[in-house]
Design a protein around this ligand. Sequence first.
Ligand SMILES: [Zn+2]
Length: 432
Amino acid sequence: MNRANVIIFSALLTVISMMVTPSRAATPFEFRALCTPTNNNPKAWGIKGTHNVDNDWGLWGHNIWKVVGKKPSRDIYAIVNGERDTTQYCFTSPMLYKYLEEWIIDYWGEKGARFSIIPGDNKRVCQCFRCKQIGCTRTSATPAVADMLTRLADKFPQHQFFMASYHSTTEPPTKPLPKNAGVMLSTMAIPFRYNFYENKGFHKFDAIVKAWKEVTPLLYVWEYNRNFDDYLSPYPCLFILQERFKYYHSVGISGVFINGSGYDYSSFDDVQSYVMAKLMFDSEVDVERLVRTFYKKYYPKSGSIIADYYLALEKRAKETNHILPYYGTIEEEVESYLNPKEFAAFWDELNEKKASLSGQERTLVDNMLTAFAYTRFMLLNTPGAGSENESMVEAQRQKFLRILGNHVNVPGLVNYKEITSPLDQFIKEHSK
Ligand SMILES: [Zn+2]
């Protein structure tokens, strides 16, 4: 085919696929979890129907150690380089299967629950005779983990069991899994930007999804919505997530876990959790309308200032197509979407407004201004920020550090990033 024909042919295929594929965009995901501070108290924010992995899973993440007790048989551990390695499991171990089976019977009975059967968080693979015989290699534990998953799923049809496409189990098994066994796919490979379809990471992820789809209909994603090096500065994630949710529906992904800041405070988390919860039910919802509705209800006097600023960031991230870092510096945020002058003007306007507020709204705004004092400080601390009048800039920095000191009064505002990063220590280090 010549180039023109190829274009016509591919356009025709798109039209045909649109005609035969029913729109699933308005279908809720069957699993909708938010790991965000706001979702720890969803009712307070009008959030309904979300899951919380701390309560809704029998076993979540890399936590088999919780099942096997303090002094388990050493037979459950992997043999790596000829020795038992207690940081990894042997997934063909009859003892490990027995521990899991008994624990599920004792604690979970007939009520359906979800269980993660995921290796320890490293790439080591058991090299025992059984594991090698079942097909494991030095880099792939998939055959043994899939075998364990299959046996548990067959034994407990009322429950669901998940492995993760991650480290030694990235590749799918060669045989289909039972219908109550599935996979959790990390989306870290897809750059967090609008119009992600054009990226190399997207094609890699898309290929992994398609490979797993051959062996299981239960596909969930492990999604992220933060800069994990900076919980406190703005991170406009909503339009980007909306686009990704539509894609997940189109490829048959039926569950979403959003990895936010967990129990730690993060800025704009209330509005974002509220809208993400709605998007997980219907990815076609009008994000701008929901943001404004939220702010009218919970920030009746100051909400329009906040909504205008927040939506401007969302629109910029969408229009400029910049990557929002999963792990990034304040300079990367500035390069991507955060305009220092605009941010300072927003903070000042909101701070002025605070004087006229009372009750819960005043507290919420005060919390926001406190957390954003970190961003004000960081923006003043970037190279070049102090070049005009260093003493004045230093006075500003110290002012924002003092405001940040109010973090002790803000629920959950202890760290400024994912890894233990106490604000107390940060303030101490930078105070003069
Ligand atoms: Zn083994």
